[in-house]
Design a protein around this ligand. Structure first.
Ligand SMILES: Cc1cc2nc3c(=O)[nH]c(=O)nc-3n(C[C@H](O)[C@H](O)[C@H](O)COP(=O)(O)OP(=O)(O)OC[C@H]3O[C@@H](n4cnc5c(N)ncnc54)[C@H](O)[C@@H]3O)c2cc1C
Length: 584
């Protein structure tokens, strides 16, 4: 089924929900018209070039032979066209050839690439992250040699943390780096599950590898980051001699078949040449520069796949006829879209997708606002830190839920591969696992983010949510139904659960951590519900952005999804004992 990028919705969510209009109002050459033009072009590329490759990639996969990977038919042309059109460089630094546009703009584009194809979309996420880390921590020499090509996407990047014994526990990694007299390092070891570790899309691949020096302290404090090119560079900067780094094999996976997932081997011939990025033993901090953006981008994968699954399900439900719905006056059978249970599924898909989009774009907007040293920038930085785990985990969880509902709407046809609905679910599943599992995101939210400044950051956010609740109530518009009351209940549930967590974190951390996942969902329900209501209020005020639909979606979310908040609150505050005393 064709995907049509919802450009108008995205533009509205970006400008009003994510505050892009505020960023634009600060000046600069980029205008609101430019936003529309860029989104329109990105949407066309996603619709016309990437979306048709999705099933091709799923079927063909990435065959591996003699150390080489062949990408599916049409992928190299698509990638080349994509990077040459400047799409990898949207938010890249201008001094290295990037366009320097807001991250929020790039976030919208990333969503559309991933609606087109998740297996395509994940590759550039890693390249962009690699460029970001190199720009922040690389030496001038490394930047001169590699940065412009990573920013443009002419060379792709990888991010290599995982080893067999070191998954969520990155500090357990063993890959070795040994100092050389010429200032380089020799890297030996093995990495597993490396996305785009090998492929034929670009003529060099720049690996960013975490490794440990022989005299490094144990754990996270002894990890360093190295740039390890697949091909060492000639004096003129072109790819030359092959480095001692290769893909040993690829994984056979449940989904994203066109994203090659490689086991990488370093040091068959004495060690791969690696260049230190940042300081020795400070590699994890550098990697986190990449990971925060990558986490948001993986959240956007969830939004992208959810949007595509929703479009497909709505189209199918309007076409498929079965039985007669109550009140149906037409001839023959009703389209299944007329049945209340199907409507509920479709509205759930739509509302969850819109809420996840709003949370992801708000996170990107906060990242855009976080540059500089002003109080405003500091607050924005804290907001981005608070929202990042929520954006990643909620959006990827709902990506799975929405894709699963999409199958349900299709009935038996959903289970049949040719429909394409099953691929969305198979693809969506990984996003809750990589870039830090969603369990790890909820631990991050509870143990590090909620406690920021003694809870002041989350409390300020709660106050903002209350402002939205008040605004909905003050509007007193019957179209909102009980939105104001339902959102108020959700926000107060979040407030009580937050207070409870803050009281437990120091002396009973085990109790707090037992409720981390329901807390993250509670947070998302309250925040997502308020963001949708906010968008609806703005649309009503402006008479733009399809106000009636926005109000209907906000109302559906508040009355059918946000209402789960009180149950989630109880799970956080009353469920910990039965978790921690469980015998398994
Ligand atoms: C297709 C694919 C692509 C990938 N791409 C890359 C890549 O490009 N680069 C890279 O470096 N890695 C990559 N990975 C690895 C991925 O990031 C890891 O799989 C992920 O971080 C989880 O690690 P693990 O698989 O070892 O699971 P584990 O760490 O063993 O986790 C298993 C379960 O235990 C939970 N758990 C673990 N520790 C804790 C804890 N402290 N508290 C609570 N719960 C915990 C987890 O949440 C999870 O539910 C990829 C993986 C896949 C499958």
């Amino acid at each position: 089924m064709a995907y049509r990028a919802p450009v108008a919705d995205i533009a509205f969510a970006l400008k009003h929900g994510a505050g892009l209009n505020r960023t634009l109002a600060k000046g600069g050459e980029f205008t609101a018209d430019d936003v529309d033009a860029v989104l329109e072009e990105a949407g066309k590329f996603a619709n016309d070039v990437l979306a048709p490759l999705n099933q091709v990639g799923d079927k063909f996969g990435t065959p591996f032979k003699d150390g080489k990977i062949t990408m599916p038919p049409g992928w190299k042309e698509a990638y080349t066209g994509w990077y040459r059109a400047g799409w990898n460089a949207v938010a890249g630094p201008t001094q290295w050839g990037g366009q320097g546009l807001p991250h929020a703009m790039n976030a919208a584009c990333i969503e559309m690439w991933n609606s087109g194809s998740m297996a395509f979309g994940i590759g550039p996420v890693l390249t962009m992250g690699a460029a970001e880390a190199l720009a922040a921590y690389g030496t001038d020499e490394l930047k001169q040699k590699y940065l412009a090509k990573l920013v443009s996407g002419e060379w792709m990047g990888t991010m290599q943390l995982t080893e067999p014994q070191a998954g969520s526990d990155v500090g357990a990694l063993r890959t070795k780096a040994v100092r050389q007299p010429d200032g380089t390092y020799r890297i030996t070891g093995q990495k597993i599950f490396i996305t785009y570790g090998e492929h034929d899309l670009t003529d060099n691949i720049i690996h960013f590898v975490l490794a440990r020096l022989p005299d490094a302290p144990p754990g996270n404090k002894g990890i360093s980051l190295f740039l390890v090119p697949k091909f060492l560079l000639n004096a003129d900067g072109t790819p030359g001699e092959r480095n001692d780094a290769r893909a040993h094999s690829i994984e056979h996976k449940m989904g994203i078949h066109a994203s090659p997932t490689c086991t990488m081997v370093y040091g068959d011939n004495g060690g791969a040449v690696g260049y230190l990025v940042g300081e020795e033993n400070r590699g994890l901090a550098c990697m986190f520069t990449m990971m925060n953006l990558a986490r948001l981008a993986v959240g956007l994968q969830g939004v992208g796949v959810a949007e595509r699954a929703t479009q497909q399900a709505i189209e199918y439900a309007k076409d498929r006829k079965q039985g007669r719905a109550i009140g149906f006056a037409g001839q023959g059978s009703s389209p299944i879209v007329d049945f209340p249970d199907v409507k509920r599924m479709l509205m759930t898909m739509r509302a969850l997708t819109r809420a996840a989009r709003a949370i992801c774009y708000a996170t990107a907007g906060a990242i855009d606002g976080s540059h500089g040293k002003s109080d405003e920038a500091k607050a924005s930085n804290e907001r981005a830190a608070l929202l990042t785990p929520v954006a990643k985990a909620f959006s990827t969880d709902i990506g799975i839920e929405v894709a699963s509902l999409g199958i349900q709407v299709h009935g038996g046809m959903g289970f049949i591969e040719e429909t394409g609905a099953a691929q969305h679910l198979r693809d969506a599943r990984i996003a809750a696992i990589y870039e830090g599992t969603n369990g790890i995101q909820s631990l991050d939210l509870v143990s590090r983010k909620v406690s920021m400044n003694g809870g002041a950051v989350v409390r300020a956010y709660l106050d903002e949510l209350r402002q939205t609740v008040k605004a909905v109530q003050a509007k007193n518009d019957p179209a909102f139904g009980t939105t104001g009351a339902k959102l108020s209940d959700a926000v107060e549930s979040l407030d009580r659960a937050t207070t409870w967590l803050l009281s437990k974190l120091e002396n009973e951390p085990q109790a707090a951590l037992a409720g981390a996942t329901p807390y993250l969902r509670l947070f998302s329900n309250a925040a997502g519900g308020c963001m949708l209501a906010d968008e609806a209020l703005v649309a009503l005020r402006l008479g733009d952005g399809d106000p009636a639909t926005r109000v209907a979606i906000a109302r559906f979310f508040a009355e059918n999804i946000a209402v789960q908040a009180s149950g989630l609150e109880k799970s956080v505050t009353e469920g910990a004992d039965s978790v921690n005393n469980a015998t398994l």
